[in-house]
Design a protein around this ligand. Structure first.
Ligand SMILES: Cc1cc2nc3c(=O)[nH]c(=O)nc-3n(C[C@H](O)[C@H](O)[C@H](O)COP(=O)(O)OP(=O)(O)OC[C@H]3O[C@@H](n4cnc5c(N)ncnc54)[C@H](O)[C@@H]3O)c2cc1C
Length: 510
């Protein structure tokens, strides 16, 4: 197996992220910006371009580099349907809510197309048909509900007997007018247009906190002080402790890019209805046709990433004539407790602070429309989606059981992580290349032994909300099972909501 994408910092690059470019540091000016955007993924970059083009002085700060976050780890399907089905949206938010959700998804989709046309972005954009198939009676029932929900909100869908999949199925739907693209080529295209329009961008700049004085938001970003009238948290999950820690659950999702012996790659975006599900699609990367196979999502820090990859590969080899696995990577998304994203004014913060989160696996369209909504709010225009996606909403119907389920799990980790601290593991049994939370002299430490035998010892207490991190053997990272913060082997923050790294512990063995 030729794997080409493991980096030392705890991330596995997706094929999109191998498209590198020098770090952008456009120094902030000594002025009050109209808007500071934190995070350079699809949400932040789309919003930045819209604002800058509308004549608003805009600056982006990004903790790592453009596309480092989930936009760089996505599988880049552009759809007219979503993980929260339109019938689920209707049962929670009524007919009007389901229609609003469908309209927002569609507008996000259209905005991507408009940007590609307007700025001439070459990003492998290709229209495709989407297929969803059911393999048993329960899934058939689910499929029928999806059909009815989509039809009701005017999303084109039809039953089909033809699906380009080797998997036997009972019933299937075809959604015409879907698409796929290369997300980083798209993001870099937006970035180019944004910089050409005079926008500022500071990469490698983590925002830890924002202070508000006389309605101006002030951020200490390294040596620079940035002042802005408005702030948009486009960080996927807003940093530090906030209401979304209790309204969104972090999930990791896995993708393989494989080569086939037979050379017969399916044409379409193909999904099953299993729980957890699988999907496949084809993409030509660097002139090489590859089959992308993804899914097997689970809550961050709760299951073995190595097993997820193994199971995904077994699935791939069962149905396709795989010759080699070229890439494997995983990334994180957030499931909102009531099914719809949170986009708008950030609750419990000063005026002029906005955020967007809880896109589920649909952030290409929802991140794009979130950008449009937030830009309209920053510009004082209001938005027709303001009420539906209001981050401060009290959910109208049902959903409470889900809320309790997700939070019971977080509460479990707060308590269980502390009680179950009697570990028999010790540092000297830790093999090179592995990590574990071990107990040494009555203290719990997150220990990783590198290939040279050196131990990297950290406090295992997540700096976000003090849960205990778990070792992710596949990505060589420490992942928090409560709210999804992630750290590299030296404790540096990879993924929020944490903004401070894990504390380093010196140990006798080194
Ligand atoms: C495996 C996988 C497959 C997916 N497939 C699809 C798909 O096919 N179609 C689809 O529509 N959606 C898909 N999604 C979801 C979609 O990729 C995401 O919803 C979307 O990329 C989120 O974009 P974003 O810009 O909001 O966040 P991100 O892309 O995560 O960007 C946020 C940025 O903020 C930065 N940041 C965070 N905290 C700070 C801070 N304190 N200071 C400064 N910077 C900070 C991060 O470094 C990051 O670069 C998938 C998700 C996963 C995990």
């Amino acid at each position: 197996m030729t794997l080409i994408n493991l980096k030392r910092d705890g991330t596995r690059n997706s094929p999109w992220q191998s498209l590198s470019s020098p770090a952008a540091r456009v120094k902030p000016e000594d002025k009050i910006y109209d808007c500071l955007i934190v995070g350079a993924g699809i949400t932040g970059m789309t919003a930045a371009l819209l604002l800058q083009k509308a004549g608003k002085a805009t600056i982006i700060t990004e903790a790592h580099n453009t596309g480092f976050g989930t936009t760089g780890g996505t599988s880049a399907h552009i759809n007219t349907f979503a993980d929260t089905t339109y019938s689920e949206a209707e049962s929670a938010f009524g007919e009007e809510g389901a229609q609003g959700f469908a309209d927002a998804i569609n507008e996000g989709f259209e905005l991507i197309k408009t940007n590609i046309d307007t700025y001439g972005i070459k990003c492998d954009y290709e229209p495709k048909t989407g297929y969803l198939y059911a393999e048993n009676d329960d899934e058939v029932k689910m499929l029928d509900e999806i059909y009815q929900g989509a039809t009701k909100v005017g999303v084109p869908v039809k039953y089909t007997d033809e699906v380009p999949t080797p998997v036997p199925f009972q019933r299937a739907l075809a959604f015409d007018g879907q698409a796929q693209f290369h997300p980083i080529k798209y993001l870099k295209g937006l970035q180019k247009a944004y910089l050409e329009a005079g926008g500022a961008l500071l990469e490698n700049t983590l925002v830890e906190q924002i202070v508000t004085e006389d309605e101006i938001h002030i951020v200490q970003a390294g040596k620079n002080e940035i002042r802005a009238k408005n702030v948009i948290y486009a960080t996927h999950m807003p940093p530090n402790i906030n209401v979304f820690n209790f309204e969104c659950a972090p999930y990791r999702s896995y993708v393989l890019a494989v080569k086939l012996h037979s050379g017969k790659y399916p044409d379409g975006l193909i999904y099953d209805c299993q729980e957890p599900y699988h999907y496949v699609r084809t993409h030509v990367i660097d002139g090489q046709e590859l089959l992308l196979i993804g899914g097997l999502d689970h809550k961050t820090g709760h299951e073995e990433p190595e097993k997820a990859f193994d199971d995904l590969e077994k699935y791939a080899r069962k149905y396709y004539n795989v010759s080699s696995v070229k890439y494997r990577w995983s990334s994180q998304y957030y499931v909102p407790v009531d099914g719809l994203p949170y986009i708008g004014r950030m609750p419990l913060t000063a005026n002029g602070i906005y955020c967007a989160t809880g896109y589920n696996g649909n952030g290409m369209m929802l991140g794009s429309i979130a950008a449009k909504i937030l830009v309209d709010l920053v510009s004082g225009k209001g938005s027709k989606y303001e009420k539906l996606f209001n981050p401060g909403r009290i959910k109208p119907i049902d959903g409470f059981s889900e809320f309790v389920k997700e939070n019971a799990d977080v509460a479990y980790h707060f308590v269980a992580d502390r009680l179950n601290i009697k570990s028999t593991d010790s540092l000297n049994r830790l093999k090179p290349g592995t990590g574990k939370v071990v107990e040494v002299d009555g203290n719990k430490i997150a220990a990783y032994r590198d290939d040279d035998g050196t131990i990297h010892a950290l406090s295992p207490v997540c700096t976000h909300a003090a849960c205990i991190v778990s070792w992710n053997s596949e990505e060589k990272s420490w992942d928090c099972p409560c709210h999804g913060a992630r750290y590299d082997i030296d404790g540096n923050v990879l993924t929020g909501p944490a903004t401070r790294g894990l504390t380093t512990i010196s140990n006798d063995e080194n």
